[in-house]
Design a protein around this ligand. Structure first.
Ligand SMILES: [Zn+2]
Ligand SMILES: [Zn+2]
Length: 259
């Protein structure tokens, strides 16, 4: 009984300590069938993958794949949600090149326009749970997530509601519609118990990831599993438990290849 993959890990190319190969070796040792390398997207202020490094990473992964044929390696990115209109910091060319697309809200991101600073980043940064703007803000953030799912084949929403408040039920329904997975993050689960209980009752599936920033933390799902066990979320709702998730962007590429 085991998880078959960890789909959210960082390396030295962004905020992680290990190299791509070290992450892969660790995943092989843990007996995983799959691992994703998902460094921070291009517009993260401090820990972004540099555009110039992206082709280097692609070449590196191609070599590592030959060395470790026993594991499937996805080269993805943890992209950033950059506006209320649901844009992320990737262009069409990136989408073609990525094996897996995670997207999450992060505070310190270079926005496209000053307008996005005023309408999206600052209101969330200074949000208080008691303020009068809360319902309006939740509406906007929910729409941002939903537009994001409409715009791109996002495979995973990382740490939903971390640093941002949205209506997770609406987001989950949109995720189900498009085939995107909501993450139970290895560092912190930001959805409340009540939200998770209701999501479970409504049939939501989750992906469990480590979000490892060091090699030793790869495959460490202890934080989300504590929540899963405490709330009695059935393991068959965890899409990487004893199975390989069917990722939305991969499905789209397969359909495209089949004509
Ligand atoms: Zn993140
Ligand atoms: Zn991350």
């Amino acid at each position: 009984m085991a998880f078959w993959g960890d789909y959210h890990t960082h390396t030295v190319y962004s905020h992680g300590k290990g190299t791509i190969e070290e992450n892969v070796i660790r995943a092989v040792r843990l007996g995983f069938k799959e691992i994703a390398i998902t460094d921070h997207g291009f517009k993260h202020f401090t820990y972004n993958v540099r555009r110039m490094d992206w082709p280097v990473m692609q070449k590196e992964v191609a070599l590592i794949r030959q060395k470790y044929p026993m594991i499937r390696i996805y080269l993805g990115l943890e992209t950033n949600l950059t506006s209320v209109t649901g844009t992320a910091d990737i262009v069409d060319e990136d989408v073609k090149a990525l094996d897996l697309i995670i997207c999450g809200y992060h505070k310190f991101v270079r926005p496209d326009r000053l307008y996005d600073v005023c309408t999206f980043f600052l209101p969330n940064l200074f949000a208080k749970s008691t303020d009068k703007q809360k319902p309006k803000r939740i509406r906007k953030n929910t729409d941002a997530y939903i537009h994001l799912l409409e715009r791109y084949d996002i495979d995973i929403i990382s740490h939903p509601n971390y640093g941002i408040q949205s209506d997770v039920f609406e987001v989950a329904r949109a995720c189900k519609h498009y085939g995107t997975f909501m993450e139970l993050n290895g560092k912190k689960v930001s959805m409340t118990d009540r939200e998770l209980e209701r999501l479970t009752a409504e049939g939501t599936s989750f992906i469990v990831d480590s979000d490892a920033h060091s090699v030793e933390r790869i495959g460490d799902f202890s934080v989300p599993l504590k929540v899963v066990d405490r709330l009695g979320i059935p393991y068959d709702r965890l899409v990487n438990w004893e199975k390989i998730p069917d990722f939305r962007s991969q499905k789209k590429k397969r359909d495209h290849a089949d004509g």
